[in-house]
Design a protein around this ligand. Structure first.
Ligand code: ZN
Length: 249
């Protein structure tokens, strides 16, 4: 096969999350959109959220191993619904501790997946220390994966743009929408993925309402000329690094 007709490598998105449900609530729309375009999406899920985000299962009297298995199964079904591959690191939550070993495992994922886009938690979350820990390791691993002198398998990576997805308490976590992503066309897919997460059923309505509210803000910022649907749904993101441009648009 010649270079000219060789299939192009599909764009790659890497999502680094602390717990099993995070990628669904906060970035399920972005993931479904990328997958719908034929792109590759890999979720690096550092823990199952077995202690901190599985209260319903604990109240039902389940044991730790059973809860981890339950959350894994839920997250696998949600990822499949969105069109993503999920990898579990089982690093233990509450607390998730940032370590050199875990960061090194993430470097290997960066180098293997060669992401064009990286999604992760914002830097702050005063309600949940696992989220900033995941953020620190995601950003640190991105830097290490760029360094030719850092040992490990695979080629070094470029400088994929990073997007912070929305935390559960945005105002208290210093979160301000800088990018509003229109997820209307994949909303049904995101909702189906959310409904895979029975252990956190109390969040289904909340994250539906949030998508409506961010959709209203998207329409206000887009203006009337784009003819956006009345029911526009959206997700909000922050950009910790400058956007690169040759033209302001
Ligand atoms: Zn979480």
């Amino acid at each position: 096969m010649t270079q000219a007709n060789a299939p192009a490598t599909p764009r790659s998105t890497l999502v680094v999350t602390a717990h099993a449900g995070d990628f669904v609530w906060r970035a399920g729309g972005a993931i479904a959109l990328a997958a719908a375009r034929g792109e590759k999406v890999t979720v690096a899920c550092l823990t199952f959220g077995e202690r901190g985000e599985s209260a319903k299962a604990w109240r039902e009297g389940r044991q730790l191993a059973e809860i981890k298995a339950l959350r894994r199964e839920e997250a696998e079904r949600a990822a499949a619904a969105l069109g993503a591959e999920v990898r579990f690191f089982d690093a233990g939550d509450y607390p998730l501790v940032a370590t050199a070993e875990l960061t090194d495992q993430l470097v290997a994922v960066y180098r293997e997946t060669q992401p064009d886009v990286v999604l992760t938690h914002p830097t702050e979350d005063p309600y949940n220390g696992d989220h900033p820990a995941a953020n620190r390791m995601a950003l640190e691993a991105r830097i290490l994966a760029q360094a030719i002198g850092y040992p490990g398998e695979g080629d070094i990576i470029g400088a994929p743009p990073v997007f912070f997805f929305e935390p559960h308490q945005p105002e208290m976590s210093g979160f301000k929408p800088e990018v509003l992503l229109d997820i209307t066309e994949v909303w049904d897919t995101k909702r189906k993925a959310m409904e895979c997460l029975g252990a956190q059923q109390h969040l289904w309505a909340y994250y539906t309402d949030l998508a409506v509210r961010r959709g209203v803000q998207l329409k206000r910022n887009a203006g009337p000329n784009l003819g956006l649907a009345h029911t526009t749904m959206a997700e909000a993101y922050m950009r910790p690094f400058p956007q690169i441009a040759k033209e302001l648009a």
